[in-house]
Design a protein around this ligand. Structure first.
Ligand SMILES: [Zn+2]
Ligand SMILES: [Zn+2]
Length: 301
C-alpha cells in the first residue's frame, strides 16, 4: 500500500491558512517528497510521519513555490541525524538551482545526489516505486510524475510440493530467482494489478497527462482556478481550471481525482467543486494535511 499526504495545497505563495503545495509519499517504510516550497519542513513536522525516512525529493519545476523550501529541508534532515545519501530529481537546470540554494545550506551530514532529467522526462526507481517523469506545459521545463507499485505474484506452495522442490529453495523462487532447473514461473500465480497514481501541477492541459493517467487509481492535478471567468489568467499563467483538470481525469479513465495548488485568491475551493464533478464525478479538493491510503485492489469475488 501507499500512504499519501498533501502537506500543503497552495499555489504561488504561502498563506497563514494554506501552505504551499507539496506531497509526502510513504511506501514500505520509506518516503519521498514531491516539491518543497517555503515552509514545507513545518508541514512535515506537523504530519508526524518523520524526516529520517525521507530518501528523495522530486521537483516539478523551479518556480519558488515549488523549491524554495529546499535549504530548510536539507538542514532539517541533518538535524534529524541523516547519514544516508539523499536523492533529488528534477528537470533541466537542477544542478544550477540546487547549487545556488545550497550556498545557504553548505554543511550537511550526508551526500546529496542530483539526477537532472531531460525536459521530456524519463524513468527511474525510488523507495520501491517505479517512477515515470513526463513533460508538462508551463512556460519553463516542468515535469509531472507517475508512480507505480508492482504487486508480487502469489507463491503457490502446492505446485512447489507437486514438483518436489525442496523447501529451502522456495524463498528464492518466490523472489523471482531461478534455482537449478526450477524457474519462478512454475510456482508463481498470475500477474496481479498493483497501485498507480500521478502528480501534475503547473501546466496547461496536455496529452502527456492523459497518457500517464491511464491505469491509475488516483490523479493529483492542479486546481489553480475554479471560476470559469479566470480562463484568461489560466492561459496567461499556464495553469488549469478545475474543469480542465477534471476533463483530463475523465479522458485518462482514472478512478479518482484530487485537486491541489489553489490560487491565493480562492478562499474556498470547494465552492467550485461541483463544476469539476459535472465533468468527472470522482473529484475532491485536497486540504493541507489530508492523508489517504492507496491499497491493492481486493480479489474478485
Ligand atoms: Zn506553482
Ligand atoms: Zn509554476
Amino acid at each position: 500500500m501507499i500512504d499519501l499526504c498533501t502537506l500543503g495545497t497552495g499555489g504561488s505563495m504561502p498563506l497563514h491558512t494554506r501552505a504551499l503545495a507539496s506531497l509526502y509519499v510513504r511506501c514500505g517504510g520509506r518516503a519521498l517528497l514531491v516539491d518543497c516550497g517555503e515552509g514545507t519542513q513545518m508541514e512535515i513536522g506537523r504530519l508526524g510521519w518523520g524526516f529520517l525516512r525521507i530518501d528523495a525529493l522530486l521537483i516539478t519545476h523551479y518556480h519558488a513555490d515549488h523549491c524554495s523550501g529546499l535549504p530548510g529541508l536539507l538542514l532539517a534532515l541533518t538535524k534529524a541525524g541523516r547519514t544516508a545519501p539523499f536523492d533529488i530529481w528534477g528537470p533541466p537546470d537542477l544542478t544550477r538551482v540546487v547549487t545556488g540554494l545550497r550556498v545557504i545550506a553548505p554543511a550537511l551530514s550526508y551526500e546529496v545526489t542530483l539526477h537532472e532529467l531531460p525536459a521530456q522526462g524519463g524513468h527511474f526507481d525510488a523507495i520501491g516505486l517505479a517512477i515515470d517523469a513526463f513533460p508538462l506545459n508551463h512556460g519553463m521545463p516542468c515535469l509531472g510524475y507517475r508512480f507505480a507499485l508492482r504487486r508480487p505474484r502469489r507463491f503457490l506452495p502446492e505446485r512447489a510440493e507437486a514438483l518436489g522442490i525442496p523447501k529451502p529453495c522456495w524463498s528464492a523462487l518466490q523472489r523471482g530467482e531461478p534455482v537449478g532447473d526450477w524457474r519462478p514461473e512454475q510456482v508463481l500465480g498470475e500477474e496481479r494489478p498493483g497501485i498507480a497514481f500521478l502528480y501534475a501541477t503547473d501546466t496547461r492541459p496536455v496529452r502527456s497527462i492523459v497518457t500517464a493517467g491511464q491505469g491509475t487509481d488516483l490523479m493529483i492535478l492542479e486546481g489553480m482556478y475554479g471560476d470559469e471567468a479566470d480562463r484568461p489568467k489560466a492561459l496567461k499563467n499556464s495553469h488549469m481550471l478545475f474543469r480542465e483538470s477534471a476533463a483530463l481525469a475523465r479522458d485518462a479513465g482514472t478512478r479518482a481525482l484530487l485537486l491541489t495548488h489553489f490560487s491565493t485568491a480562492m478562499d474556498e475551493p470547494e465552492v467550485y467543486l461541483s463544476a469539476a464533478q459535472a465533468v468527472f464525478p470522482e473529484t475532491r479538493c485536497a486540504a493541507d494535511g489530508m492523508t489517504l491510503t492507496l491499497r491493492y485492489p481486493a480479489p474478485e469475488a
